[in-house]
Design a protein around this ligand. Structure first.
Ligand SMILES: *Cc1c(COP(=O)(O)O)cnc(C)c1O
Length: 339
């Protein structure tokens, strides 16, 4: 079976750079949603724990429970509780969802500062506090998400400014309502890298930790190293003459006699089919031949085990997408091996 290698040194290198930015390991909240961006939830949780990361961000209550033993604080972005847990905090994404949470649930309030996806507006803050109090929830934090931190536009700046106003207002309200001191956070990877003097309570870091952050040239990200590489195993090999056509539809036409091997990695495992249309080559320059099948893909190569990719950003450029999609397409059934 095709398998994934996770490079622990590279992960720790990325975390060093991030900790330097947040000025403390305790302020890193590692984003582990979607099977840790395809890297493997438990594999990444365990390595993060070994490094000393205490906080994690996930999508669901189920993911949160699976990593509960590795962290002190877990934020679930889009779910309601299914069991009682002291460690898990749940996100309020809009006013009407407040009454869905059981009494005593630890919650954080998401604010819409300009992305217009999830969260409440500044003008709804007081009503939200009132509803949270009436529902007897435990409000611990206020946060927002940037829509364009990875683009050199003023959008990041405006969202930051809006969040600044919200912080002041929320602090006053929290005193009035008798809530505890609130936690504030807004940065994802790109926002953290743009911040010259980080001073929030934590940063929610995903793609940078996985070493695949891409920012405009002005903001260098070269020190980050991808941690995931994917290898496939040879199923069969054949020598084919010039003009032979390989795979479904016979689309892979050989320009000369070639040794073509078939490997056990296909779109059913997460190999995006569009790569075949854009002349995909492996990092060692083996060309993909013909269409990608569900469980197979053919390359001009004789290697027993073929490195398919070791930088999701490169694969993403062939697939005309972003590294996030390449990584989260990798299916959970692929074996993950930490080195
Ligand atoms: C996915 C996500 C992040 C992490 O974003 P990266 O760009 O991977 O650092 C942070 N915050 C929220 C709310 C998210 O959904």
């Amino acid at each position: 079976m095709a398998y994934i290698i996770l490079n622990k040194n590279n992960f720790f290198n990325n975390l060093d750079i991030i900790a330097n930015r947040t000025k403390s390991v305790d302020k890193i909240a590692l984003v582990l949603k979607d099977n840790a961006y395809g890297h493997g939830l438990l594999e990444m949780a365990s390595m993060a724990h070994e490094y000393g990361i205490k906080k994690a961000v996930v999508r669901t209550s189920d993911e949160a429970q699976r990593v509960e033993n590795y962290f002190e604080y877990i934020l679930a972005l889009a779910d309601i509780p299914t069991t009682k847990s002291d460690k898990i905090r749940y996100t309020i994404n809009d006013l009407t969802s407040i009454e869905k949470f059981p009494k005593g649930t630890k919650v954080e309030l998401k604010m819409d500062t300009g992305m217009h996806r999830n969260g409440i507006y500044e003008c709804e803050l007081e009503e939200a506090f009132l509803r949270i109090k009436n529902a007897e929830l435990v409000l611990e934090g206020i946060f927002t998400h940037h829509g364009s931190a990875d683009e050199l536009t003023s959008e990041w700046f405006w969202q930051k400014k809006n969040f600044g106003k919200i912080k002041e207002k929320a602090q006053k309200l929290s005193l009035e309502f008798g809530f505890k001191t609130l936690r504030f956070h807004s940065s994802n990877s790109a926002a953290l890298l743009r911040e010259s003097n980080f001073d929030e309570d934590m940063a929610r870091v995903g793609i940078a930790a996985y070493g695949c952050l891409e920012l405009p040239d002005a903001l260098s990200t070269r020190e980050f190293k991808p941690i995931l590489s994917l290898y496939a195993k040879k199923l069969s090999q054949r020598t084919l003459h010039e003009g032979s056509r390989v795979g479904y539809g016979g689309e892979g036409v050989l320009m000369q006699e070639s040794v073509v091997s078939n490997y056990d990695f296909g779109y059913g495992d997460g190999f995006l089919r569009i790569c075949a249309q854009n002349g995909y080559k492996t990092p060692q320059d083996a060309p993909l031949v013909g269409r990608i099948s569900m469980d197979n893909s053919s390359f001009i190569s004789t290697q027993e085990e073929l490195l398919i990719f070791d930088d999701a950003r490169v694969m993403a450029s062939y697939a005309k997408t972003i590294s996030y999609e390449v990584l989260t397409s990798l299916k959970a059934h692929l074996k993950r091996v930490v080195i």
